[in-house]
Ligand binder design. Structure first.
Ligand code: ATP
Ligand code: MG
Length: 463
């Protein structure tokens, strides 16, 4: 992750509950804490702290601090995360405060000023065994500052460490472009957790028409049965169909089956089509799935624009089935193309293969993590998913749906892409490059390289 990349990062905030967000982030670390026999507590000293923040970026900030705290605390210790608001003396104003405090090994006074430097790691036998690159805190600081906030550290050797993040209240410090949807009230948790999948045992699958295992799957969300059938008729000989009767059920089905497309009515009891779309687009598990909304009146369109639901297409009722079929086909094809693009391009630009910003963030994070470990041939799927804060299964499903690769394929692809770039620059022998990108055996590297790019590394030079 270069300085330039950080400069390019844009802040995309919306108003959301800091309490909820921090709480759910803490819970995603519980199993790790338990594994290490460390108590992990979340405390809200103040309720309902609603501030403008960038979800993906604050996610990185908090996960860096929590993973450090857990990494540098021994078994039997304690890690606390506290949210409140405090007067920031330097700025003479109240700010939201996130404190991450541990009873770990601490940092000595002479080393403390350097912890935010890139690649800095306290060099003692205590810490050497902990893997990492020393970039976490440098990035954390950049991200806090991007939010117009501050980060401080206090620590005593062998006693513990405390990181304090201050973030501004209100939105005077933000430009219009930095506020994504000013009307959003409180964001749902979007990142994925081991146990957050809704319990679907009781969910009845109204009908499931299986065309073939490889045909794309479409989920139809519609409360009216006749309408559901009408929609189904136009699609069922090309697609695998699943159905849901309302938004709630639709969301659960989407999580469970990860369909290739969702067609939803707008008007439904309970969660309507707008809310459903929003929820789907804000959830990392489903954010890549295109959505077609069926709207009742042509006049609704202006209303829809204002709402910015994030739907990919709208079809007005009444519609003919052909129109719907064409729309569906196009969207499914478009996503297929994007999936293929990742494999073919040598350079990795997450914005080119994703449609939503949350997918872009996801992929960027995934690429960054693999690149961080690129010369480590033991970097595993387990470690990868832990750093992504996702279960192995969710990470696998997401990568598969987003870019059509398994997790281990993805790791290998990034390694090979980096190798191709290095070969192009011609600044090291092939055997050395193989090693630099985490291949132990040059022969295996050559084999994988040939499979990926169609030529041997020694033949590789052009595009
Ligand atoms: P990375 O985050 O890139 O995987 P890292 O955790 O070693 O690697 P940073 O997060 O940047 O790097 O932290 C830099 C250094 O600061 C760490 O290597 C460690 O020595 C020290 N450090 C950070 N947090 C703590 C903490 N909570 N307790 C003790 N030392 C810490
Ligand atoms: Mg770290």
């Amino acid at each position: 992750l270069s300085k330039i990349e950080i400069k390019k990062m844009k802040l995309q905030t919306s108003l959301a509950s800091l309490n909820k967000f921090t709480k759910m982030m803490t819970s995603s670390f519980h199993s790790l804490a338990e594994e290490r026999d460390i108590r992990l507590n979340f405390t809200e000293e103040e309720k309902d702290i609603n501030i403008y923040f960038d979800v993906a970026k604050l996610h990185k900030i908090i996960s860096n601090l929590l993973s450090n705290a857990l990494k540098f605390t021994l078994a039997g210790g304690k890690v606390e995360i506290i949210v409140s608001t405090q007067l920031n003396k330097g700025r003479n104003r109240r700010m939201a405060e996130i404190t991450v405090r541990d009873t770990g090994i601490g940092i000595s006074a002479d080393q403390l000023p350097h912890v935010f430097d890139r690649f800095y790691q306290v060099d003692s036998s205590d810490t050497r065994r902990f893997e990492g690159t020393g970039i976490g805190l440098a990035l954390t600081k950049e991200l806090v500052e991007l939010h117009h906030g501050d980060i401080m550290v206090k620590s005593k050797k062998d006693m513990g460490t405390e990181f304090i993040v201050h973030l501004p209240l209100g939105k005077d410090h933000l430009t219009e472009n930095e506020i994504t949807d000013a009307n959003v009230e409180v964001k749902q948790p979007i990142y994925d957790f081991e146990d957050s999948s809704p319990n679907l045992e009781s969910e009845s699958l109204k009908s499931q028409k299986v065309v073939s295992k490889i045909a794309p799957m479409i989920l139809v969300v519609e409360d009216n049965q006749d309408m559901r059938q009408y929609i189904g008729e136009s699609l069922y000989d090309v697609y695998n169909l699943i159905e849901a009767e309302d938004g709630e059920q639709g969301f659960n089905q989407a999580i469970k089956h990860l369909p290739d497309l969702i067609i939803s009515d707008v008007m439904m009891p309970g969660m309507d089509g707008f809310e459903l779309t929003k929820k789907l687009k804000e959830d990392i598990r489903t954010s890549h799935i295109p959505v077609i909304l069926l709207t009742a009146k042509a006049g609704d369109e202006s209303k829809i624009k204002g709402l910015e639901t994030g739907a990919d297409a709208y079809v007005n009722k009444p519609f003919n089935t052909k129109e719907l079929l064409v729309r569906a086909k196009n969207l499914v094809k478009q996503r297929e193309k994007l999936r293929g693009k990742f494999e073919k391009n040598i350079t990795i630009d997450p914005s080119e293969v994703t449609v939503t910003s949350i997918d872009e963030d996801f992929l960027r994070m995934a690429v960054n993590i693999v690149e961080k470990h690129i010369d480590n041939n033991e970097f595993s799927v387990e470690q990868f998913s832990a750093e992504m804060l996702m279960s192995r299964n969710s990470l696998y499903r997401k990568l598969k749906k987003l870019i059509n690769q398994s997790t281990s394929q993805f790791i290998r692809t990034i390694r090979l892409k980096r190798a191709a770039q290095l070969i192009k620059q011609k600044n090291a022998p092939i055997g050395e490059i193989a090693y630099m990108v985490g291949f132990e055996k040059p022969s295996y590297f050559t084999e994988c390289f040939k499979k990926q790019f169609g030529v041997l590394p020694t033949e590789y030079g052009g595009d």
